[in-house]
Design a protein around this ligand. Structure first.
Ligand code: HEM
Length: 237
């Protein structure tokens, strides 16, 4: 068997082992480790810092996303900008529904970080631990203050007033017929609706309204596709 086939088989075995675990197991414990587990230093990882050769570290685990980065649902640029580095923070920040990401992780897992985060500061490609700690504290603080809690009535209100503005504009135009003042008035109402829909699609596009990713995608498609007449794939590319 060729070396590549052996590596792929090994990863698949690791992947199957990992997929039976919880996500926290997947990300934090040594659940994917076996006697065959490879360990990489920051020096080795930092060499894989290109678009076509990108390794990432997420909470002490090393992932090779080189062949998949182009198909990453969040786009190639965002994922490869962390090539050769620790991507734990943005990884947590950008994937609110970790159950979805969990399905992908085992495929790209190639081993463990030899120097656990914090244990060998000088070896890390970017020693920004103090900054990350500040961000973590800020995040914990705003979470405690309730800013991460989604207020469903806000989003219902957003959608309702956008639909209402569209309906009002359509009704005025069909009742009074096209004339310059009516065109300007309806244009202003529609422009307001479009601007508001832009904010709404933003929040769905960043998967931040529903806990379940599918609902965010569905509502994103509706708002950007049907209300704004744009392709939802523009959002990430
Ligand atoms: C092994 C590494 C990674 C895997 C397997 C992965 C996988 C995924 C998956 C499956 C989604 C779709 C999520 C959904 O539909 O619920 C996604 C979206 C996304 N990912 Fe990743 N990702 C990885 C690393 C990263 C990193 C390091 C970043 C940022 C630096 C990132 C940024 C994003 C963004 C921005 C989105 C779109 C969601 C949004 O805009 O809020 N990803 N990723």
């Amino acid at each position: 068997m060729g070396e590549r086939a052996a590596v792929l088989r090994e990863r698949k075995v690791d992947g199957l082992r990992a997929s039976s675990n919880t996500l926290e197991d997947c990300l934090t414990k040594d659940s994917q480790c076996s006697s065959e587990t490879k360990y990489y230093t920051w020096d080795e990882i930092a060499q894989h810092n290109k678009k076509k050769d990108s390794w990432l570290v997420v909470e002490g685990k090393v992932y090779d996303v080189s062949s998949w980065a182009l198909r990453h649902p969040g786009g190639i640029d965002v994922i490869t900008s962390y090539a050769g580095q620790d991507a734990s923070e943005p990884f947590r920040a950008f994937h609110p529904d970790l159950e979805v990401v969990k399905k992908y992780l085992p495929t790209f897992y190639i081993g463990e970080l030899k120097d656990q985060p914090g244990s060998s500061e000088k070896a890390r490609p970017h020693h920004n631990t103090a900054l990350l700690e500040d961000f973590k504290q800020l995040r914990d603080q705003v979470r405690k203050q309730g800013f991460y809690k989604v207020k469903w009535w806000f989003y219902v209100g957003m959608l309702a007033h956008i639909l209402a503005l569209e309906a009002i504009s359509w009704s005025i135009m069909s009742y009074f017929g096209p004339s310059w003042p009516i065109i300007f008035l309806c244009g202003a109402i529609l422009a307001t609706a479009q601007a508001q829909a832009g904010w709404l699609q933003h929040d769905f596009g960043h998967l931040s309204v529903f806990k379940n990713s599918k609902w965010n995608h569905l509502m994103h498609s509706f708002v950007i596709g049907h209300l704004k007449a744009a392709s939802r794939t523009w959002w990430n590319w």
